[in-house]
Design a binder for this molecule. Structure first.
Ligand code: SF4
Length: 286
């Protein structure tokens, strides 16, 4: 699940099934000033990672279930028709936010764990094209399935159709990744994943920084993270920038008791350090 900015659902129920659909949900982003159409490939709340800050309730380890591509097509077509040609905006969206910002593959688990990922992207692209949409098609991912051929194919298709990937890098140390992302992964492998994504589709790094038991990340953690970004830049890995998030919404995991948001001053200082050391563009969301 992505770290969102101040996204909230546009309907009264703050659940992904607020419009009664299995895979498709609308959100209003006040910060982006528009509506995002989300695609949730993990209605089973299953992910191969377990991020301490994850906002998915009843998160469990696993992969996306088989997707009914016809239902996905029909739901996306129905919601986009309501947004583009119907009265969805008038009925549900504040006046200042009545534009479509993107279609985002981002749900209650890791979307690329879906064994039909390439077919899913094909369906989304076809429906978007039927409405002549040129908004970005975004994928929010932890990057861990990028080496699979069907995921690579899906990313390549996205790249041909306004695709953009936000790939998660919260820590680059073994201990940090284990603590924040709940997964055993080393830096070399993380780098391979980021490189593999960036080689196929325009890519941003997405990072969440938070305070654990009242303490900000150790300086050694920050130094390693900055060096990782700097190496990407100096090795000409095509990264468009860094999306730096604070703890915007409460975690739904047991680890939530350890977590608090870092203050705005600390986050701004971190954003500036990233800019200075890596020369990457940084967008900060608190
Ligand atoms: S990658 Fe992390 S934040 Fe995203 S769904 Fe999985 S556990 Fe949650």
């Amino acid at each position: 699940m992505p770290m969102s900015d101040d996204m909230q659902l546009s309907t009264k129920n703050h659940d992904r099934d607020a419009v009664g659909m299995l895979y498709v949900y609308p959100v209003v982003s006040r910060r982006a000033g528009g509506v995002s159409v989300g695609i949730n490939l993990n209605p089973n709340n299953a992910c191969n990672w377990h991020c301490a800050y994850c906002q998915v309730p009843d998160l469990k380890r696993g992969v996306a279930p088989e997707i009914d591509l016809i239902v996905l097509h029909d739901e996306l077509h129905c919601l986009l028709a309501d947004i583009v040609d119907g009265d969805f905006m008038l009925q549900h969206v504040p006046e200042a936010c009545r534009k479509l910002c993107d279609v985002a593959i981002s749900g209650n688990g890791e979307p690329t764990s879906c064994s039909q990922f390439d077919a899913v992207v094909r369906v989304i692209v076809d429906v978007m094209q039927s409405f002549h949409l040129s908004v970005p098609l975004r994928l929010i991912t932890n990057g861990s399935y990028v080496h699979k051929q069907h995921v690579h194919a899906g990313l390549a298709l996205m790249a041909e159709h306004h695709g953009e990937v936000w790939v998660k890098v919260d820590s680059v140390t073994d201990a940090g990744i284990q603590r924040i992302n709940g997964v055993s992964l080393n830096q070399a492998r993380l780098r391979q994943q980021v490189e593999a994504v960036a080689a196929v589709c325009p890519t941003w790094i997405q990072t969440c920084m938070l305070s654990w038991q009242g303490k900000p990340p150790e300086e050694s953690e920050i130094t390693a993270y900055l060096a990782f970004l700097q190496a990407l830049k100096s090795d000409a890995v095509d990264i468009h920038g860094v999306l730096l998030y604070g703890l915007a919404r409460p975690s739904m995991q047991d680890e939530s008791v350890y977590l608090t948001a870092l203050d705005a001053e600390w986050m701004a200082m971190m954003a500036e350090r990233i800019r200075r050391q890596s020369s990457l563009d940084v967008k900060l969301s608190l």
